[in-house]
Design a protein around this ligand. Structure first.
Ligand SMILES: Nc1ncnc2c1ncn2[C@@H]1O[C@H](COP(=O)(O)OP(=O)(O)OP(=O)(O)O)[C@@H](O)[C@H]1O
Length: 429
């Protein structure tokens, strides 16, 4: 009897041990399985969203300098995810376009109930917004009578959300709520180029800076033409669509209504009088070379400080009769330079501009060619200044040790000129 009960106890004990063992094993299996399925779904989620966001790398070839500018809130963070995005992801839904959707009330608060007006465009007012994260952004409120429907707006956001370059005024968010459509952009504190060229109250832009601005714009357009897949044609390049940041770096704005190359004999002509490619007006076919034409007009604007709506091109054509498009362009130069410009540089930039406005689109250079020419002009300038420094003259030149492979930074200290940020900027050539 005693033997039987001992056997029973041993049997029960073994059963309990086996039971506990099986239960623990089952628990481990369950947890392991859950973890695996979590990893699986998170990586598929990453695949669905991050490639769209990661600087447009899914759909756009990143050109040599498609890095992020000094004022952009989009800075690279861990795993390539932007810090800017990380800052907002707690409160903002990241949409299918990969850019955050802002709640209306956040933008309302950040713009002090839409009272911080900084500009007025054809599509509606633009406000400066101070976000709770500390970032400053620009909010474009599309007019409520705009014909763009909700769906079309979302498509627009998807298109813009994939374009990211240091010389584009990147779209960083949007809001589609309460029948309102708003676009949130990188904030450009120095406003548009046009006001710097024509507003008598602003300090005149020195020649050296104008060439840097031209190169920034050319790089932005090169990215749209050759970096974006499919390529994008801006269709409205003009000085009021070039915005400047705190250190006077330029970015191309307003590419929201840009499209791929197209021919539409029945579509209304779009663009701005004075910048329009004559070939586009006659054939209605808008190509990359139409942007090149407008860029040529912009270059002449920088040289002459004259608005195309005030007869700039007639002025240029008259001068071209004497110069044959090559040398002697000094006669059209902006009087605000007060004679302080490099004649050789000026003639090189003007000759390039003249090629851009060739009546025959095929004879115009590509944006890539233009970037090369302007880069070469600035490198020669740097070499001249470097040479001058070595022989003990005033300008100070420094090599950017962070990017020794390609980047050379020129710190210009013009002692006789004004002390504002224009005269004391660091640029990469
Ligand atoms: N991201 C920005 N940062 C700072 N200011 C901006 C920004 N975007 C626009 N602005 C200011 O608002 C003005 C109006 O901009 P918007 O792009 O709406 O119109 P526009 O380009 O001047 O005209 P249009 O819409 O007819 O092309 C600009 O000229 C600029 O001064």
């Amino acid at each position: 009897m005693k033997g039987e009960s001992t056997g029973l106890i041993i049997g029960i004990s073994i059963g309990v041990v086996i039971g506990v063992f099986l239960a623990i094993s089952a628990l481990f299996c369950l947890r392991y399985h859950r973890k695996r399925s979590q990893i699986g779904s998170s990586s598929s989620r990453r695949a669905a969203t991050l490639p769209i966001r990661a600087n447009g790398a899914d759909s756009c070839t990143i050109l040599s300098d498609s890095t992020i500018g000094p004022e952009s809130p989009v800075k690279s963070g861990r795993n390539g995810m932007s810090l800017w995005l990380e800052g907002f992801k707690k409160s903002n839904m990241v949409s299918a376009s990969g850019i955050p959707e802002y709640p209306y009330k956040d933008l309302q608060k950040a713009t002090h109930n839409f009272t911080t007006l900084i500009g007025q465009g054809a599509f509606g007012p633009v406000y400066r917004a101070q976000m709770s994260t500390g970032e400053t952004v620009a909010v474009k409120v599309l007019a409520t009578d705009s014909k763009q429907g909700e769906k079309e707006f979302q498509t627009e956001v998807m298109l813009l959300g994939r374009l990211h370059h240091r010389n584009l005024v990147n779209l960083v968010g949007y809001c589609a709520e309460k029948g309102q459509h708003m676009l949130v952009y990188v904030y450009m504190s120095k406003g548009n180029l046009s006001s710097h060229l024509y507003n008598e109250e602003t300090e005149p832009l020195v020649w050296d800076l104008r060439v840097h601005i031209a190169l920034d714009v050319a790089r932005g357009l090169e990215y749209l033409h050759d970096g974006a897949v499919p390529p994008v044609i801006h269709r409205d390049i003009k000085s009021s669509n070039i915005l400047l940041d705190q250190s006077m770096r330029a970015r191309v704005a307003d590419f929201g209504l840009s499209r791929e190359e197209m021919v539409d004999k029945h579509a209304a002509i779009r663009g701005t009088f004075g910048y329009l490619d004559p070939e586009y007006i006659s054939t209605r076919s808008f190509t990359k070379k139409s942007d090149v034409y407008s860029f040529g007009v912009l270059l002449f604007e920088l040289i002459a400080g004259r608005n195309p709506q005030q007869g700039l091109m007639e002025y240029v054509e008259l001068a071209a009769m004497n110069t044959e498009g090559k040398a002697g362009w000094e006669e059209i130069v902006d009087s605000r330079f007060e004679g302080k410009f490099d004649v050789q540089e000026l003639n090189e930039v003007a000759a390039l501009a003249y090629r851009c406005i060739n009546r025959v689109p095929k004879k115009r250079p590509s944006m890539r060619d233009i970037v090369q020419v302007l880069t070469k002009i600035l490198k020669s300038r740097h070499n001249r200044k470097h040479h001058k420094t070595l022989s003990g003259t005033a300008d100070e030149v420094s090599i950017d040790v962070d990017h020794p492979e390609t980047r050379i930074s020129i710190t210009e200290h013009r002692r006789e000129e004004s002390t504002d940020s224009i005269a004391d900027s660091t640029y990469e050539v």
